[in-house]
Design a protein. Sequence first.
Length: 116
Amino acid sequence: MWYEHRPMSTGPRIRPEEVREIAALARLRLDEEEIARMTHDLDAILGYVAALRELDTSGVEPMTHAVPFDCPLRDDEIRAALPVEEALWNAPRREGTFFQVPRVVPGPGEAAESEP
């Protein structure tokens, strides 16, 4: 797969077939020119990641942001829940006391949606 760690090489780190597979999973329709461009771009990104893997980071303290970031936290407090009507007031669709959303996974006896 495209995400497996491979040693630094001079060959491509990702193939057009893998870009097509990723595009299908993301439900993107790419023409051959876009596949070629994305293959090149993703290969460059993977090359950069491979170069970063070669760095010795044993003396570097882990961080959540690249720059100092003051993120004050508040204490967790138990509070009363929102009333159902207030929580669902602006919902585009609802079913009883629940938000109604489009089905993503086929239900029993339903066929999966076709690939793009």
